[in-house]
Write a protein that binds this ligand. Structure first.
Ligand SMILES: C[S@@+](CC[C@H](N)C(=O)[O-])C[C@H]1O[C@@H](n2cnc3c(N)ncnc32)[C@H](O)[C@@H]1O
Length: 229
């Protein structure tokens, strides 16, 4: 599965940002800003962004931790990492990037104040292992911040499901040339346990002393914040 996901992200990497901007009408930037704010980050902190992709969340964290703080981004896809490096450089920001799998992070225990993952946890083959790894490399009392899609209810949910089924694959295909990727993304999002259900998974990982959640845009996305034991 990981190899397929990796190949899929390689095929859309160059157009990934453009697709995000068009398909979410730019809302994804606001979701990331809220995630950074809710994480409790402050100047001088050490942050790890997992499944960093083209690095938008890592950049948002770097702007908060300043020159005294450090941000590291990891992703198992080399094409995404290359784009993330270019973007950080173009923004004049010093962020270190490494190729690594979330399920086996190449860091010692208790290194980071905050470890984040945006729209990545649902792609990780063994989600529980991913959660435990993120907690392992985070200091006790530090925060694992997760931003992920959910399933909005009510009339908004009906419209959203129609959009995901009939518009997103076609539009994604026009922008990136890969229709399957933009069928896979909403399909995995629709199956992903969100809200209280995901909180239960985090509890089952037995690595957090407390967990908070925040719904975004009627449940199209959620933020989960786990304080590490
Ligand atoms: C939908 S993108 C999200 C990228 C970025 N975090 C964002 O918010 O735009 C998912 C990313 O997760 C990465 N990924 C998926 N599974 C992974 C794993 N097990 N370890 C590391 N990266 C992974 C993919 O390569 C891809 O770049």
């Amino acid at each position: 599965m990981s190899d397929e996901v990796n190949a899929m992200f390689s095929s859309i990497a160059a157009r990934y940002d453009r697709a995000n901007n068009i398909l979410s009408l730019g809302v994804h930037h606001r979701w990331r800003s809220i995630t950074v704010k809710e994480s409790g980050v402050s100047e001088g902190m050490n942050v790890l962004d997992c499944a960093t992709g083209t690095g938008d969340l890592a950049i948002a964290f770097k702007k908060s931790v300043g020159v005294r703080g450090h941000v590291v981004g990891v992703d198992f896809n080399d094409d995404m990492i290359a784009l993330a490096k270019d973007k950080a450089h173009a923004n004049g920001l010093e962020i270190r990037y490494h190729a690594a799998d979330v399920m086996k992070l190449p860091f010692a225990d208790d290194v980071f104040d905050i470890t984040s993952i945006a729209f990545g946890i649902r792609n990780v083959d063994d989600m529980m292992q991913g959660l435990r790894e993120m907690a392992r490399v985070t200091k006790s009392g530090g925060v694992v911040a997760i931003l992920e899609f959910g399933q909005p209810g009510g009339i908004i949910g009906v419209g959203y499901r129609l959009y995901c089924r009939w518009i997103m694959p076609g539009l994604g295909s026009v922008i990136t040339g890969n229709k399957k990727a933009y069928q896979y993304l909403p399909e995995t999002a629709s199956r992903f346990p969100s809200g209280e259900e995901f909180v239960q998974r985090m509890e089952a990982a037995a690595v957090f002393s407390s967990i908070k959640l925040r719904m975004l845009t009627h449940g199209i996305a959620w933020i989960y914040l786990g304080t590490v034991r």
